[in-house]
Design a protein around this ligand. Structure first.
Ligand code: CO
Length: 366
């Protein structure tokens, strides 16, 4: 475990009066320990007390992996035959029971919570997300370097893929080729299932690529990202398949200006919601406000969606090192849509886009 992160966790727990933090496999556990485990039917729970060594309840066959992480774990293994009940009891005896436990409300399942709650005789769980967000929101130089690499791989993949796209190709075929380009460009993994959709499908911000052939004159939205060294990129561009139908270039320009306004607004000290406001104001002024149906962006780092959310009502002040997307869009139901998404880092004096792929409307697919 990074000793610095461990110290920051203990300080944050002391500040917030949290005595025990329970984590399941995922980004938070990886952040603190460098350990990745599959999330499966066998529960794995790491317990971090405010003082003293952490504990790990896990299947016996995972013990070697946990030891290799050079963390002073107290290990509580269980076999497939005996099941996890006794290991949870043993952890309780070592750590003491009756204290409230902070948990990841978005990640911990009823499986882990019911075992914890009965062994530790604990009342309602405390949401751990605010504490974990404060630890993870500001990225260090190594984290930013990994994100920059994830962006570079995605942009290279996009460049390799674009010449392969043809008018009449199905969304699924185009998606399959994009996935291959991502790995050929150096991705460790996909950040999420890529979205390549055109025409009416592009009016749905989270559409699933279909067997529909992409038609001439339609706009095609491509939204994808890759993982490099644990960190993600998330990039959206919109392209015209041949000469676009006449209404689209103007709408495209509105979204491009909204994206630029959102990025230009980024600077330390302003609330996260001010970036949303800046982007949204452009779309509202052009008369398309009700067709921009989602927030302007989301934090990203180890996860594709993490704090800070770039949304009205989020008053979290931006700080240098925070990373998030700026991705305004206009979606006309039944017709199509435009979204332009960049990955931005807050700097000492403003904001900088990690993504640099051109934002002008390109005609492709001929
Ligand atoms: Co995004």
């Amino acid at each position: 475990m990074s000793p610095k992160r461990w110290l920051r966790l203990q300080e944050a727990m002391a500040r917030e009066g949290i005595e025990l933090l329970a984590l399941v496999p995922g980004a938070n556990l990886f952040y603190l320990t460098g350990l990745s485990f599959h999330r499966m039917e066998r529960p794995i729970v790491a317990l971090f007390p405010r003082e003293g060594d952490p504990a790990l309840i896990l299947p016996a066959f995972e013990v070697e992996k946990a030891r290799a992480a050079a963390i002073p774990w107290r290990l509580f293994p269980y076999t497939d035959e005996e099941g996890p009940g006794r290991a949870f009891q043993a952890a309780t005896e070592a750590l003491g029971w009756g204290r409230p436990i902070a948990v990841e409300t978005l990640a911990m399942r009823v499986l882990e919570w019911s075992l914890l709650a009965s062994a530790f005789r604990t009342p309602e769980p405390i949401p751990a997300e605010p504490l974990l967000a404060r630890l993870r929101m500001v990225k260090g130089p190594e984290e930013l370097a990994a994100m920059q690499r994830a962006v570079a791989v995605a942009e290279k993949a996009l460049q390799m893929w674009l010449p392969q796209v043809r008018i009449g190709m199905t969304e699924r075929e185009a998606t399959r080729r994009l996935i291959q380009a991502c790995f050929a460009a150096g991705a460790d993994a996909l950040a999420f299932e890529p979205i390549v959709v055109a025409g009416p499908q592009a009016a749905l911000p989270h559409a699933t690529p279909s067997d529909r052939p992409m038609g001439r004159g339609e706009l095609m939205i491509v939204d994808f990202g890759v993982v490099v060294d644990g960190y993600v990129s998330d990039l959206t561009r919109t392209f015209a398949l041949g000469e676009p139908d006449p209404e689209w270039p103007r709408i495209y320009e509105v979204v491009r200006e909204a994206n630029a306004a959102g990025r230009a607004a980024v600077r330390p000290g302003i609330p996260a919601e001010a970036v949303d406001r800046a982007a949204r104001a452009v779309i509202e002024a052009a008369g398309y406000g009700r067709y921009f149906t989602h927030r302007t962006g989301h934090g990203l780092g180890l996860e594709v969606h993490e704090p800070p959310s770039i949304v009205a009502g989020n008053t979290t002040p931006l700080e240098p090192g925070m990373t998030f997307t700026v991705e305004p869009g206009i979606y006309l139901p039944g017709k199509g849509g435009v979204r332009i998404e960049d990955d931005v880092v807050v700097t000492e004096s403003g904001g900088e886009s990690l993504t640099t792929f051109p934002r002008e409307l390109m005609w492709i697919g001929e």
